[in-house]
Design a protein around this ligand. Structure first.
Ligand SMILES: NC(=O)c1ccc[n+]([C@@H]2O[C@H](COP(=O)([O-])OP(=O)(O)OC[C@H]3O[C@@H](n4cnc5c(N)ncnc54)[C@H](O)[C@@H]3O)[C@@H](O)[C@H]2O)c1
Length: 379
């Protein structure tokens, strides 16, 4: 199985980036949205991005021009998917909407076409069940912005054929990205399973210890090897995205995250992070200034509970057959920019110490903290 022609449904934040990445790799792409003005805006953004990439010397002007010419903006669904052998769906994260889109798509697309959803948190197997082709349905989770982020999580559903997983992984590589297979359709897949609970745990840690945001973030950056603080990363990602992912993951498995009220509160107040001028931090107008974090501030907080949280979720993924240690570390490095592997931090802190801290937290706050057997086994 090999793909030549793609259709991308949805030309928003993710869809226009995915279309650009595929076109740059030589694929013909039909980019579909529900209105022409949305497509015009998307094509404008793609043109700008291609010109910028060419001006930096990363591609030639001819490559930029040819890539743009390979993208065909189209409103009519039947027209968009005619001749497509891979359809990547990037419509808003709403199960009812996705169900409607797939029901319509299933009758419009050719019987051999593979459907790949860019969902961050919705169950692949459940979306696949709306179609007549669950064996040709898969998750393809690009990260924002797709033009820059190397990682793509590939998530087979319960009935996805191995040939489809292989062909989609090969497509990801051919587009210059790195595929990490999440072998089971679990809430949050790999990266959000590590990331989303950690944002909430950082808030719980501040409550428990009285540490400031800057102190916690400094510990995350300087002692755990993140490229920025975890609250800073939440602001960068967007509190709307974090809130939505939290709700979906919590709805699927109440044990996966212990939601801290500040995420929902910031979301309700419209403090969505950098894009709205403030979230956990204030950014003001114009250029975004990095939050002042330092090694000195990092020394004031023991990040053991945060290390325990991310390591316990990594361990859960391994125990439950969604991944293995090497692949979890690759996903964390590429998706979160982590410079120190999760299990290196965990072993440095001492696995028995982390297990005992998790047990204490479990007895006080419930089963979200139950230590995964992989941590005890490895210690
Ligand atoms: N934004 C992120 O950081 C991010 C990261 C990874 C994955 N995702 C996932 O990608 C998907 C898209 O998210 P987004 O942030 O690009 O959303 P977005 O709101 O920016 O874009 C969605 C686009 O889909 C269009 N649309 C709505 N109904 C449609 C239909 N029936 N057919 C075609 N297009 C339709 C909308 O008009 C809009 O332009 C979601 O599943 C989301 O969870 C988002």
């Amino acid at each position: 199985m090999e793909f030549k022609n793609l259709a991308v449904l949805g030309s928003g934040v993710m869809g226009h980036g995915i279309a650009q990445v595929a076109a740059m790799a030589g694929y013909g792409v039909a980019l579909r949205d529900i209105r022409q003005d949305l497509l015009d805006k998307a094509i404008g953004k793609i043109r700008w991005s291609l010109e910028k990439t060419a001006s930096k010397g990363r591609i030639t002007p001819a490559h930029a021009e040819a890539s743009l010419a390979r993208i065909r903006p189209v409103v009519d669904l039947a027209d968009a998917v005619s001749g497509a052998d891979l359809v990547i769906e990037a419509v808003p994260e709403d199960m009812a909407l996705k169900r409607r889109v797939y029901a319509e798509l299933d009758s419009a697309a050719g019987p051999g076409a593979v459907f790949a959803s860019n969902t961050s948190t919705l169950p692949i197997t459940e979306i696949a069940s709306v179609t007549s082709r669950p064996e040709r349905f898969i998750g393809i989770h690009f990260f924002n912005p797709p033009q820059l982020m190397k990682l793509v999580e590939v998530i087979p559903g319960e009935r996805t054929g191995q040939d489809v997983t292989d062909a989609v992984s090969a497509f990801v590589s051919s587009a210059g990205k790195e595929a990490v297979i999440c072998r089971r359709d679990v809430p949050g897949f790999i990266v959000n399973r590590l990331f989303i609970p950690l944002v909430h745990e950082a808030c719980h840690l501040m409550d428990r210890t009285g540490a400031t945001r800057e102190e916690v973030d400094s510990a995350v950056r300087f002692r755990m090897g993140f490229p920025m603080g975890i609250l800073e990363l939440a602001d960068f990602t967007g509190l709307d995205v974090i809130h939505k992912a939290t709700s979906e993951m919590h709805a699927r498995d109440r044990g996966v995250v212990r939601p801290h009220p500040s995420v929902a509160e910031l979301h309700e107040k419209g403090r969505l992070g950098q894009k709205s001028g403030g979230g956990f931090y204030d950014y003001g107008e114009g250029n975004y200034e990095r939050v002042a974090l330092s090694e000195e501030l990092a020394g004031r907080v023991d990040p053991a509970h945060l290390v325990a949280n991310i390591a316990n979720n990594a361990a859960w993924l391994i125990t439950n057959g969604a991944s293995d240690e090497e692949e979890v570390e690759r996903a964390a490095r590429l998706g979160l920019g982590l410079r120190i592997p999760v299990f290196e931090s965990a072993r440095k802190a001492g696995l028995p110490v982390l297990v005992s801290e998790l047990k204490k937290l479990e007895s006080e706050f419930g089963p979200t903290y139950a230590p995964d057997p992989y941590l005890s086994k490895e210690s």
